[in-house]
Design a protein around this ligand. Sequence first.
Ligand code: ZN
Length: 263
Amino acid sequence: MTGVRRVVPLTLGWAELPLAYSLHGADPAARIREPVPAVLLDTGDGWVLLDTGYNPALLRDPVLRSRFHPVGGDFEAFLPEGDGHPLEAALEEVGLALEDVAAVALSHLHHDHAGGVGQFAAGGVPVHVQAAELTYALHDPGAEGHGIFRVDVDDPRLRWVQATGDTEIAPGVTAVLTAGHTPGHQSFVVDLAGGGGFVFAFDAADLQENLDEERAIGGTIGVPPEASLEPLRRLKAIAAEKGYRLVPGHDPHVWPALTQELR
Ligand SMILES: [Zn+2]
């Protein structure tokens, strides 16, 4: 079996937000600080990057910031230290550069996952996304209000590869449609070359609690929060059947621990 040789989790920033966004029904006053995740996969087709973090320009430029991250908003974004591009800095930390990335796959187009994809516009790198997600981002006037910023993804140079449903994007890397959080959210099943593997839920399950207690996520677009349970259960079933570890997208304990374990 051709599988993934190495899995490298990255943290591209942090977010402070109401806990109820991640855990439906939580105390509306409770807030949580969550890591912004991305994953590098060493595949037979080169390095595949899952998700790209924030668009730093929208946080650093005062005019852009006032539109996209206004003071007093529910969701507060934090970039890592330094004034470079957080994605490039994170790649450099693990000895890689943008040019080493052979393909990108986006779980969904929320600004904390798709904000760095513009870094790949000039290179002709394929960017895998669900068609429903891209259509929503480019054409739905409500997208910005739901945290999906057209400015992050509307670059005619980007080489989109659009899927409708589950699809293999590289040897050992399969995207699984888990719509609910957003119209075309996808999670990723990673088969390791040496056996075993991971299921990266991304925002289909933010926290370990979502998975362990089958608690719905709070943030969904176009469907009630409870509709997030079916895709979450599907990921649990895939992980159980294959004996893979199921990793929530934004858990403040699980993500740093996994990062340390795999470095
Ligand atoms: Zn999201």
